[in-house]
Design a protein around this ligand. Structure first.
Ligand SMILES: Nc1ncnc2c1ncn2[C@@H]1O[C@H](COP(=O)(O)OP(=O)(O)OP(=O)(O)O)[C@@H](O)[C@H]1O
Length: 287
């Protein structure tokens, strides 16, 4: 499987160009944050649904170790996780659960911890199963979990694109910057995309973006792409409480419209170059 490299684009949103999916396989996008609780899972879930509404075949890989929040937000209960694939004779297809609008959900669960202990044959086997399960997809969205652990960085490194979610809070900014710094210093990605969540208004969003951009320009060799901002919206919390994703429960909410805009931008931007496949890279990194 091959996947796309991050896009080259200025920090400000520009004219969108229709993007075609490469024949070789899905585009893998890791969504991460540095700090926890900034709205990463909420973005992944709603992005997946918006992309599905736009006619794309989407797999959501819940790689948030121990916190299967994406499933809770979607109101689904996958009976199995990657653990049963590794130790219980299940295939990835068997553990994948159909979510709303036909999105496919793969739960990493405790199997994520076991990936580091696989021998060569089992790694190859797992890679083949991932490929079979996701080959026909357009997009794999990965909810990586927060922090800068080996596990999170493994998923971020394996994906062709990375989105970092940041809020205007100083702690979120600091942690997002720390993540960007690691990606830049270890040359994991030459560019990353940013989404500012929970901003009071566009001014606050731009201010937040500006702070990261100034520091990155000064100290880091990495390109930042701005995908958009999502306002503070009480309907986000209501949707989570009712376990009905925001863009389905309240498609006209401000936050829903913002996520839909981000999905459009991601799908209709400039086509990036192909790269190595997400699953093979991931399994190599963990092996
Ligand atoms: N735009 C928003 N407006 C208001 N509240 C929001 C918004 N986005 C997220 N939240 C709230 O923030 C909380 C955390 O959201 P979420 O679980 O998506 O974050 P996370 O970054 O995935 O967290 P974790 O690090 O635990 O995985 C939720 O309770 C949600 O209601």
């Amino acid at each position: 499987m091959r996947l796309w490299q991050p896009r080259t684009r200025s920090i400000y949103r520009g004219a969108a160009v229709k993007k075609e999916r490469p024949a070789a396989g899905p585009r893998a996008i890791a969504v991460t944050s540095g700090k926890g609780g900034v709205g990463k899972t909420s973005l992944v879930v709603n992005l997946a649904l918006c992309m599905s509404k736009m006619g794309r075949k989407v797999t959501l890989f819940d790689a948030d170790l121990g916190l299967a929040n994406a499933e809770v937000m979607l109101g689904i209960v996958p009976p199995y996780s990657l653990y049963e694939v590794l130790y219980g004779n299940k295939t990835i297809e068997e553990i994948a659960v159909q979510g709303p609008l036909g999105i496919k959900v793969i739960s990493g669960g405790s199997g994520l911890l076991e990936m580091a202990n696989l021998d060569r044959n089992r790694r190859q086997h797992l890679f083949k199963m991932f490929n079979q399960c996701c080959f026909g997809d357009d997009i794999i969205l990965i909810d990586t979990g927060a922090g800068i652990s080996k596990n999170v960085l493994g998923f971020v490194a394996a994906a062709g694109e990375v989105i970092i979610v940041v809020t205007p809070e100083p702690t979120s900014l600091t942690d997002a910057y720390a993540m960007i710094k690691i990606l830049a210093n270890f040359r994991v990605h030459s560019e990353v995309s940013l989404v500012v969540n929970r901003a009071a208004d566009s001014r606050e969003a731009m201010h937040t973006l500006g702070k990261i951009q100034v520091a990155a320009n000064r100290f880091l060799d990495i390109k930042l792409n701005f995908l958009g901002w999502i306002p503070e919206d009480r309907l986000v919390s209501q949707a989570i409480k009712s376990q009905r994703p925001l863009c389905l429960a309240s498609p006209n909410a401000h936050a829903s419209k913002s996520v839909a805009g981000i999905a459009r931008f991601l799908l209709e931007g400039v086509p990036p170059a192909s790269g190595e496949g997400f699953w093979s890279k991931l399994i190599g990194l963990f092996g």
